[in-house]
Design a protein around this ligand. Structure first.
Ligand code: ATP
Ligand code: MG
Length: 446
């Protein structure tokens, strides 16, 4: 046993492995690469293996005449997803899938593979049951790379703007976004403990020390409806800051989305190509100012352009949002919603007490609301009144109401659904593909 290990280590030391992408950059000469079998085919004397690593795929050619009878027999038996180390010469070859080919001199099998359960054309349920294996598909790998860029870009934006990263608890004792989507937890048999729907009520107390804060954290919502936009666990990029104006909140929303698009276009063109995403659908949101309209103007557009009558005071439903954005090629920011459709903490518009300084950012192409935000009501009596109207127990909110008692300041913020943004950027049909292991009402395994 010991001997084998030593032999393997010797091999590792003798070669420095290149990523497939770097091997192609080198373009000629001898290379050592490693990865998994993505595709394979062969005949009695020659075998073609398309090898995959995190960077790309490449065709490898194994000839009996080069590697010898015994090695060829082993290589010939290899199945898709076996892991290998491959040593050989790389050459340009226009016929190969990525334009290069490795002529194999030696191959080491690192991990053999049973018949891989995932083959072509399998149904979505089967792929969901085998999510742990489906993650290594080129599609999921491409999406996960974009996801990584998106997370990085959000951090970069807020830190660049002088925001501190701050965390709220995930176990919370109050609700913020409506009781119907609350997950109550069995917390040592205690009642009234919930998973975070948002960080907000625990973020507002922190702006008195830090002033400008942001987070990217999971939010949990017991969504009972099956839509292509809702998960029960999603990643929520939230920000909150002291001394804000409503306009400044909106401007940060537009700027963070633009920064994310810019970073993805700089970093992930190959991934967007694998996903078949038409990037001209992303560019207007980067290059032009977002459309800004009020709720009243939205109703007018719906009536005139789409013959849809929405009664004033009703929230915009998915079909109406989707219809509205058809009129534009970029993000649409809707502001000044009726007070009755929005959360208790939103500030009344000083010019019109029936509406609030709340906003939804609607993505193009019918991807729905990406950001929800508002200026917060900073007056103690007003916010208490709103809580009572909502039927909440004010005493549970005492800690929160202290933010309005001890040096209250104008402030506000927003929440951005990271998977919604990824879905739009990648052009996904369903939000479930924007997260490694999606959780919905009917899916919590594996
Ligand atoms: P919706 O009306 O689409 O359910 P919401 O009004 O409940 O959204 P907010 O409470 O404002 O959403 O949450 C902030 C952001 O979080 C939303 O703009 C959206 O991008 C995202 N989001 C909300 N709920 C979900 C969910 N269940 N799954 C994924 N993302 C979500
Ligand atoms: Mg919701």
């Amino acid at each position: 046993m010991k001997k084998i290990t030593e032999k393997k280590e010797a091999k590792h030391n003798a070669h420095s492995f290149l990523s497939i992408q770097d091997a192609m950059k080198q373009g000629s000469g001898s290379v050592a690469i490693r990865g998994w079998i993505h595709r394979e085919r062969g005949s009695s004397n020659i075998k073609f293996i398309v090898l995959r690593d995190s960077s790309n795929i490449i065709q490898c050619v194994i000839e009996k005449a080069v590697v010898g009878e015994e090695k060829f027999k082993i290589a010939d038996k290899l199945q898709i997803e076996a892991s290998l180390e491959v040593f050989g010469d790389i050459k340009e070859d226009k016929r190969a899938p990525t334009g290069y080919e490795v002529h194999v001199k030696e191959v080491v099998v690192v991990g053999e593979c049973d018949t891989f359960p995932i083959t072509k054309d399998q149904g979505t349920e089967f792929l969901a049951d085998n999510r742990h294996l489906w993650l290594r598909s080129r599609k999921m790998t491409a999406i996960l790379k974009v996801r990584s860029t998106v997370f990085g870009a959000i951090h970069e934006y807020f830190r660049g703007q002088g925001f501190y990263e701050y965390q709220s608890p995930m176990f919370q004792s109050v609700q913020c976004e409506g009781g119907s989507t609350l997950f109550e937890v069995d917390y040592f048999k205690q009642k009234g403990v919930f998973l975070a729907q948002t960080w907000q009520l625990y973020a507002e107390p922190a702006i008195f020390g830090l002033e400008k804060i942001y987070t990217i954290a999971p939010s949990f919502r017991a969504e009972k409806s099956k839509t292509s936009r809702h998960l029960t666990e999603y990643w929520h990029a939230e920000m909150e800051f002291a001394w804000s104006t409503f306009d400044e909140i909106i401007n940060h929303g537009e700027k963070v989305i633009k920064h994310v698009i810019k970073k993805v276009l700089e970093t992930n063109k190959p991934e967007l190509e694998i996903l078949g995403r038409d990037i001209t659908k992303l560019e207007p949101s980067l290059n032009k100012p977002f459309v800004r309209i009020t709720y009243d103007e939205a109703l007018k557009i719906l009536k005139e352009k789409s013959k849809m009558n929405v009664e004033w005071g009703k929230d915009l439903r998915t079909i109406e949002e989707d219809e509205l954005v058809k009129n534009f090629d970029r993000f649409v920011i809707v502001t000044n919603y009726p007070k009755i459709v929005k959360a208790f903490y939103m500030k009344e518009d000083p010019h019109n007490r029936d509406v609030v300084q709340g906003t939804d950012f609607l993505a193009p192409e019918g991807y729905g609301e990406i950001i929800g935000g508002s200026q917060r009501e900073e007056k103690l009596e007003e916010i208490k009144k709103r809580l009572v109207e909502m039927g909440e127990k004010v005493s549970e909110y005492e800690f929160y109401l202290d933010t309005r008692k001890y040096g209250s300041v104008p402030h506000g913020g927003f929440g951005l659904g990271v998977e919604r943004l990824i879905s739009w950027i990648c052009g996904l049909e369903n939000i479930k593909d924007a997260i490694p292991f999606p959780r919905t009402m009917i899916r919590w395994k594996p």
